[in-house]
Design a protein around this ligand. Sequence first.
Ligand SMILES: [Zn+2]
Length: 131
Amino acid sequence: MDKQLLTIATSKVQKTWNLTDQQAERASVLVEAVKPFASQERFPDSFHVKSSSRSIIYVINLGTLTCQCEDWKKHNQEGQETKHICKHIISAFIYRQYHVEVEKQAQSQPWQTQFDVWVNRAGLTPQTTTH
Ligand SMILES: [Zn+2]
């Protein structure tokens, strides 16, 4: 992951959710463990996040702000108005924002750079044609 874009994404999420530096930091290191659902089109708000301490994978929904971890269960009761968001939810928000930033950066670059990025992503080797 691009460190600079990750920092931008983290600070945007931090502002949006009014998070402390510590909350943002703890979630930021988890971003690498975030994966979107395989059927991203059907479940755009759903993500998996691997637990940092145990080999457990939590399912997160950014639409309903839910997570399966103990921290979330402890701080959220039924009918509670304001949801407590755990570090997994925050990390999924950062993950999503990170990809928005990647897209933005690609679009702001000149055509030749965009082409190079595309070639890179596709794993191709640019070749010079000799006539
Ligand atoms: Zn959680």
